[in-house]
Design a binder for this molecule. Structure first.
Ligand code: NAP
Length: 494
């Protein structure tokens, strides 16, 4: 059996004793237990689902001190961020509890019979939704709580009526085991089957692929790299019975800053942007990785001043250690790769063994559009300034990005042909368009959209954050001329 060793993110020392990777039989057993649990869980009511989600939130909070200390050792994300993330995770669990209790998963459309010939006349029809089945959930590296064992995917799947098998992320295995260890007590105290939420561990290409291929699995939920997500999506599609795969992948999150706002608020915006680029050592899927400036002749000096302000502000940032040595190596290699592709470095200092230094580079729009290497996400504290010569060229830059979780548009307060075109261009490629602030920080709300066209997501019509994340795990069913006893259930499972 393969041994798995976790490490302290700051020092690289081993953390805890080696853990055992799951055997194929253990992966199969988790999927089969989830299928068993699906029978009763899919028929559960909102109150039952809410009680479980609230019980999980309380369990997480009751162990806060130890969990945060452990997470900090394993990820180096720091207690402030990790306490905030644990709060958010409990909030998400309780929010989906409220959603289940309000009956959202059971909402239905009643379409009474219309007498007469079609197309006007039709039978009585009710459209409602049913849960998909067991979900294979792949934890994120960079959100050890909020997108991991008891994170948003797990909360929304459970609220929808779906059991969950979590594939733990190798970057925080000890923490994942610790969080998973809280679950059986909550399930038992509520008389729920142990297979309703379980966790497996081991390499993605081994246990992860076995899990997504298992016939009992009905959907995949994933947060991670474009490469890993694409590989697992191919597995989901290649099954004898293909299943939906909801992957949140890589994103460059362009910020388009119009000159007028830079002329008045350049220093303030540069400081805010530098903080966002370096936040969490840049290990955010919404980190601003591309900054587009529009250099009409009269604005070039303003833009040059902003570049200088950003260079100074970013140089002053001190990112902490990255989550894993692999991510650090990927970041260092990415800096070399981007420089070799023609990006002119503005901030490029050698980091030390513990932490990287920020990286800022500049390139013109023509090169950015021509070279795909410049458009790849560089996961870490980095950003690339792209100098466009006109609004039309800035729109071409957005089009070349193709798909992003976010686009930020600074300075579009007044309606004009340019601001309309930029807003439209941003909406064409992004799931969320911001007109103020920075893209890091994703609120858990009703209107949130965290997903976008490829390569930011495999399913651009869905979101992995916010209330609508529930919809990923529910399938519409139309009941035609249904008997009275079934209609009386008003969308509740039978
Ligand atoms: P990753 O390398 O894709 O790993 C995520 C999970 O997928 C891990 O469990 C990994 O297993 C598994 N996996 C990776 N490649 C696989 C393959 N070929 N076949 C089967 N399973 C595979 O992601 P990461 O470690 O988080 O790397 C960071 C990247 O994720 C960045 O590019 C970042 O932008 C992106 N990200 C995106 C979001 C978002 O919301 N869009 C959020 C966070 C991160 P192992 O245990 O074997 O590694």
């Amino acid at each position: 059996m393969q041994k798995l060793q976790s490490f302290k993110a700051r020092t690289g020392e081993p953390l805890g004793a080696p853990l055992m990777a799951c055997t194929p039989e253990q992966v199969d057993a988790a999927a089969e237990a989830a299928a068993q649990a699906f029978v009763s869980w899919s028929a559960s009511n909102g109150a039952t689902r809410a009680a479980l989600l609230r019980g999980l939130a309380a369990a997480l909070e009751s162990d806060r001190e130890d969990l945060v200390a452990l997470a900090d050792e394993e990820t180096a994300l720091g207690p402030v961020r990790l306490n905030g993330e644990l709060d958010r995770t409990a909030f998400q669990l309780r929010r989906f509890a409220d959603i289940a209790e309000r009956g959202v998963p059971f909402a239905f459309t009643d379409d009474p019979a219309v007498p007469g010939a079609p197309p006007v006349g039709h039978p009585a029809m009710v459209r409602q939704r049913v849960p998909l089945g067991p979900v294979a959930m792949f934890s994120a590296s960079n959100f050890p709580f909020a997108f991991s064992v008891l994170g948003g995917d797990t909360a929304s799947a459970l609220a929808a009526g779906c059991p969950v098998v979590v594939k733990a992320h190798s970057g925080h295995l000890v923490l994942s085991n610790r969080v998973a260890g809280l679950i059986p007590r909550v399930l038992k105290s509520q008389g729920l089957p142990a297979g309703l939420i379980s966790m497996i561990q081991g390499s993605g290409t081994d246990v992860g692929v076995r899990l997504i291929r298992h016939p009992a699995i009905a959907a995949g939920a994933f947060t991670g790299s474009t490469r890993g997500g694409a590989a697992l999506q191919a597995e989901a599609n290649g099954r004898p019975r293909p299943i939906p795969f909801y992957g949140e992948l890589g994103s460059t999150n362009p910020v388009v800053a119009l000159p007028a706002i830079l002329a008045t608020k350049g220093a303030e915006l540069a400081a805010t942007l530098a903080g966002s680029i370096a936040q969490g050592c840049g290990q955010f899927c919404t980190s601003p990785g591309v900054i587009v400036l529009i250099d009409s002749p009269q604005d070039k000096a303003t833009n040059d001043a902003f570049v200088q302000q950003l260079t100074t502000a970013l140089s002053a940032q001190n990112p902490h250690a990255m989550l894993t040595p692999g991510m650090r190596q990927a970041f260092d290699a990415g800096v070399v790769h981007m420089t070799a592709a023609g990006a002119h470095p503005l901030v490029k200092e050698a980091g030390n063994a513990e932490a990287p230094r920020p990286f800022l580079a500049q390139v013109n729009a023509v090169s950015f559009i021509a070279k795909s290497a410049l458009r790849e996400e560089l996961f870490g504290p980095s950003s690339l300034i792209v100098r466009a010569e006109s609004v039309a060229e800035a729109l071409d830059v957005l089009q070349a990005v193709g798909g992003s979780l976010t686009v930020t548009l600074w300075g579009a307060e007044t309606e004009s042909n340019d601001t309309r075109a930029l807003a439209r261009g941003a909406m064409n490629i992004a799931g969320r368009v911001l007109f103020a602030g920075v893209p890091t920080g994703v609120a858990v709300t009703a209107a949130q959209q965290h997903g976008g066209p490829w390569p930011s997501s495999t399913q651009p019509m869905t979101t992995s954050v916010g209330d609508a994340a529930l919809d990923r795990f529910l399938r519409p069913v139309c009941l035609q001329d249904a008997p009275a006893w079934l209609l009386a259930r008003q969308g509740q499972p039978c």
